[in-house]
Design a protein around this ligand. Structure first.
Ligand code: NAD
Length: 347
């Protein structure tokens, strides 16, 4: 198979590229990334380029530095056509989308259309996998009644958010909007051009090779800050709850979709009710894991922060027979160990 992974130097992209490179030595994986994560977040470039250099050791991975918005770069990556496109390239931060909505739109919305069109022109048989987000549901999630417990909020009457949640009549943040545009185009290419496309509305996804900053990748950021004595700001009272998805489990779902007989798919994906953690609980877990007391400041809740997001993964389990293999505490341990092993990039 020829597999194009856009955003291959990112956290999800590098896990996807590695999985398909190892799955079959005959696979040819092409990675397209313009290495702009450091520019988006305004931080250290060397650490962000770690994943790019990491992928060099795989003989069946070709790395192309290029932008998903640039026709020539995309044409070079698509070449004579690809069997699978895994589109992970994106501007993944909510605050950065508010700071620069036009750049956010051009990367997430136009960039997605540009890549879709390039693969379609070569072959309508290309299978497309798209990294969407729970932010497409926007503040509709906040309408679910909550219960406040000692260390966390929880949904009162529902276990999790399903694909039936409405995406309309609510605020989203520019990021939620630009990702929804991409999400709709990917669905549309299945309807109008009969391509097999899978949209995965991802919850909080984390894993090794995640270079977290305050604006994005908070799981890695909290661990980095704790290990290297940097202050952590918690917006709100820390009872916010996220369900946590380890990157390898996400890639497993992509692979199941690619190998399925489905013509199209739309799935919410996350750790689900069994893999939730509140910020307060996470801080406590970090103290146990590292033996260090995180330096925490509290500030006002940011308007766009969902208090609770827990995914209903029933559809994914039923249709793709998918299960979480890395429970939340094991995933946090793995990521902490990886950050410790690579401390020169963080300290
Ligand atoms: N990590 C999460 O919790 C999460 C949750 C929901 C959705 N998502 C989505 O999943 C995708 C991957 O997320 P991630 O955590 O791996 O982010 P990431 O920032 O680690 O990876 C994104 C990669 O895309 C690259 N990129 C950005 N703009 C580009 C452009 N114009 N051309 C080519 N490459 C470009 C970046 O350099 C980076 O390497 C994103 O689309 C994000 O919106 C992530």
């Amino acid at each position: 198979m020829r597999i194009l992974v856009t955003g291959g130097a990112g956290m999800v992209g590098s896990h996807s590229a590695e999985f398909f490179a190892l799955e079959n030595p005959k696979n040819k994986v092409i990675v397209l990334d313009n290495l702009m994560r450091s520019k988006i977040f305004g931080y250290d470039k060397a650490s962000v380029e770690f994943n790019w250099n990491y992928l060099k050791k795989f003989k069946n991975i070709t790395r192309i530095k290029g932008d998903v918005r640039n026709d020539k770069d995309v044409a070079k990556a698509v070449g004579k056509g690809v069997d699978v496109l895994i589109h992970t390239a994106g501007q993944p931060g909510v605050p950065s989308s508010v700071r620069m909505p036009k750049e956010d739109f051009s990367i997430n919305a136009f960039g997605t259309l540009n890549v879709l069109e390039a693969v379609r022109k070569k072959s309508q048989d290309t299978i497309v996998v798209y990294c969407s987000t729970n932010k497409v549901y926007g503040e509709n999630v906040d309408k679910i009644p909550l219960q406040e417990l000692e260390k966390r909020y929880t949904f009162k009457d529902t276990a999790g958010v399903s694909e039936e949640m409405c995406t309309d009549l609510t605020g989203h943040t520019p990021y939620g909007v630009s990702k929804l545009v991409g999400d709709l185009y990917v669905q549309e290419y299945s309807h109008i051009y009969k391509m097999k496309t899978g949209v995965f509305r991802m919850s909080c996804t984390y894993g090794t090779r995640q270079f977290g900053f305050e604006d994005q990748g908070w799981v890695a950021w909290f661990i980095i800050a704790t290990l290297f004595n940097k202050p952590i700001t918690i917006y709100g009272n820390g009872k916010q709850v996220r369900d946590m998805l380890y990157a390898d489990d996400l890639v497993d779902a992509f692979n199941r979709f690619i190998n399925s007989d489905l013509k199209r798919g739309l799935f919410n994906i996350g750790g689900g009710p069994d893999n939730t953690i509140s910020l307060i609980e996470f801080i406590e877990e970090l103290q146990i894991l590292t033996g260090k007391k995180p330096k925490v400041n509290f500030s006002d809740l940011r308007p766009s922060d969902q208090k609770v997001y827990i995914t209903d993964t029933a559809k994914l389990k039923k249709i793709l027979n998918w299960e979480i293999k890395t429970p939340v505490k094991e995933g946090i341990r793995k990521l902490t160990a990886w950050i410790k092993d690579n401390e020169s990039y963080f300290s």
